[in-house]
Write a protein that binds this ligand. Structure first.
Ligand SMILES: Cc1cc2nc3c(=O)[nH]c(=O)nc-3n(C[C@H](O)[C@H](O)[C@H](O)COP(=O)(O)OP(=O)(O)OC[C@H]3O[C@@H](n4cnc5c(N)ncnc54)[C@H](O)[C@@H]3O)c2cc1C
Length: 585
């Protein structure tokens, strides 16, 4: 390199570092200016009365925030959460989501509280089916009625090392989760308004006004968008052309196709405690057990299985989930008797007249079902006014959505609320997620709304990016999708997972288990930490495979191979060191 080039390079470095320094100083000055006049929110409007909207309303209505909170829900109703067969899925609230419950228990008179308010947690334990091992006990029911039923076995979600916390998780139907959260909202004087469909919003320096389709308007200093994966609020901000501070045309929704995207779900309603024929006898099902029923047909348009998840109440209807590609036969059958006939042929073990009424066959055949969404996240999660006195923030599916295969939808949403709560309190949002309560964290001086939302945005967008990578590669073939490309993909995915499980058993201190298992085994790790570990191992495996290929094709000599193996190992060791240092910190 000539001395001229070196000089030019040095100048460039000098300029860029000076520029970075100036920008940092300017940003600090601007944020100090904004902070000097701004205050914490006193009134909040939550758009969307799903589980995450309601849980956010509860958190913000309680000390230390003590805001006046109004929830605007599009669906009509008198505040009673009713069972809806089109949304009959169950949530598994695992340690990541339970962190929100843990914090909630201890916040009555934050920060000096010794009193524990466990009403909500009590309701979760009353309505939710607690698992004692991984995700509960599963029985896979063979299609052939002559094959005896196997004994149920625990789903342990991984190999060894299952932490005690994995033993805490609760299965709860969506409508019951909404119901217990609504009850808690009433206890904390949250105003719940139904039949309020968000239409638009406008903002000034100190407040945001939400307009609904019925012409009503509501004003608050903070608006929380918890309106699901199509999020009309998020889309409004993205498409807003005005000069308002809340316009966010730069936000993108990054969408990725997963093998589970587009899989369609609909559920056939089974009676409680239904029985499964087993030879000359019958086995009464346990309402808290998981059952997977295999069918006899295996064509790409005819293969169908049934899945039952645990419900605590033995008298509650049991939804039998069907997950199929949109070209499956069940979407072209439009009448009850034909649907029943298809089920009789596919599941000869069952005496169908004993389980399902003619009306239910009719309803099921007409039901349009719901499709699993893209794996998606929003590159923006909050906006605020220049004065820092008003803002809009996204939580839950509004900022990240994915098919339910990794079982983290509700949990990731509850983690958003913990992060929002922490940032509004001025706690360090970037500390590791551990099973602690707020009592262990020292409150810093209350931050301004703008700095709290800035911290939330920075932390969440990075976390959601990692979460979406996990959702794309974690367990996308669990619906036994029948297309040829699904079968090939499932085979390769199984090989990959088996290899990682083997490596993690052989070298437990170096090789992490597959990301989806690590997520469940180590709820104390953030999604970023999980994916960083998985990605490092992927990189090492890719380099090793390339090197072996190179050697095989004669492109590499043995001594090159040796030296590159040494450098790969050094790189891996260094990344482990960094990871462990961070862990120790
Ligand atoms: C087909 C499907 C199946 C799923 N299965 C599972 C599963 O088995 N297990 C699991 O854990 N997760 C599952 N999920 C994910 C899970 O539903 C979500 O992660 C979770 O419900 C997120 O809660 P939320 O409150 O953010 O959004 P939602 O539950 O979607 O709630 C959003 C709320 O906002 C309201 N709303 C929407 N638009 C407006 C508007 N304009 N004005 C006012 N209100 C509005 C809606 O009516 C709704 O009440 C599934 C998702 C889909 C799409």
């Amino acid at each position: 390199m000539t001395s001229k080039k070196i000089l030019r390079g040095q100048k460039l470095i000098l300029w860029s570092s000076t520029w970075a320094l100036l920008s940092a100083v300017a940003a600090e000055a601007f944020s100090a200016l904004a902070s000097s006049s701004s205050t914490a929110p006193t009134s909040v409007i939550v758009v969307g009365g799903g589980p995450i909207g309601l849980a956010t309303a509860i958190t913000l209505s309680r000390p230390p925030h003590s805001c006046q909170v109004t929830v605007l829900e599009r669906q009509e109703g008198n505040g009673q959460a009713l069972y809806d067969p089109t949304r009959s899925y169950l949530y598994n609230v695992n340690p990541r989501g339970l962190l929100w419950f843990d914090r909630h228990l201890k916040t009555t008179n934050y920060p000096n509280s010794t009193e524990i308010d466990d009403q909500l947690f009590l309701r979760l334990t009353q309505k939710g089916s607690a698992t004692t091992q991984g995700m509960g006990n599963i029985m896979v029911v063979p299609a052939d009625p002559n094959v005896p039923l196997p004994a149920p076995r625990p789903v342990t979600l991984g190999t060894g090392n299952v932490t005690v916390s994995m033993k805490r998780s609760y299965w709860i139907p969506r409508h019951q989760m909404v119901e217990i959260l609504q009850e808690e909202c009433h206890r904390h004087n949250v105003t719940l308004l139904h039949g309020k469909q968000f239409q638009s919003l406008s903002a000034n320096e100190t407040a945001v006004t939400v307009s609904c389709a019925d012409g009503s308007e509501y004003t608050a200093s903070l608006v929380v968008a918890a309106d699901g994966y199509e999020s009309p609020v998020r889309e409004y901000l993205r498409q807003c052309n005005s000069q308002d501070w809340c316009a966010a045309p730069q936000w993108k929704v990054r969408r990725y196709l997963s093998p589970a995207t587009g899989v369609k779900l609909k559920a056939l309603q089974f009676p409680p405690n239904f029985t499964i024929p087993n030879g000359t006898e019958s086995v009464v099902t346990d309402s808290e057990g998981i059952y997977v029923v295999r069918g006899t047909k295996d064509g790409s348009r005819t293969r169908l299985g049934l899945g039952f998840l645990p419900v605590k109440d033995p008298n509650l209807v049991r939804p039998a989930n069907t997950n199929t590609r949109p070209d499956h036969l069940i979407w072209s059958i439009k009448d009850g008797p034909s649907m029943k006939q298809y089920f009789q042929e596919n599941f000869p073990r069952f005496e169908w007249d004993n389980y399902v009424s003619e009306e239910e066959w009719e309803r099921f055949s007409q039901a349009k079902g719901t499709s699993f969404p893209f794996c998606q996240y929003s590159t923006g999660a909050a906006v605020w006014s220049a004065s820092g006195n008003a803002g809009v923030v996204l939580v839950g599916d509004a900022c990240h959505a994915f098919p339910p295969d990794i079982g983290q939808g509700i949990n990731a949403g509850l983690q958003d609320i913990v992060a929002l709560d922490q940032s509004l309190r001025g706690e360090d949002i970037n500390t590791r997620v551990v099973e602690t309560s707020v009592q262990n964290s020292t409150p810093i001086t209350a931050p301004t709304l703008s700095s709290a939302l800035a911290a939330y945005r920075k932390n969440r967008v990075a976390e959601h990016r990692a979460l979406i990578r996990l959702a794309r590669f974690g367990a996308p073939y669990q619906y036994r999708q029948p297309w040829l490309r699904d079968r090939i993909g499932r085979f390769l995915w199984t090989l990959n997972v088996a290899l990682r499980i083997m490596l993690s058993k052989l070298l437990p201190s170096i090789c992490p288990p597959p990301a989806v298992l690590l997520t469940n085994q180590r709820p104390d790790l953030t999604f970023r930490q999980v994916m960083r570990r998985a990605d490092t191992l992927t990189l090492v495996l890719q380099i090793l495979v390339l090197q072996l290929l190179g050697l095989r094709l004669g492109l590499l000599k043995a001594k090159w191979l040796l030296s590159s193996w040494i450098s790969t190992s050094a790189f891996y060791a260094a990344s482990l060191l960094v990871r462990n240092t961070k862990k120790a910190a």
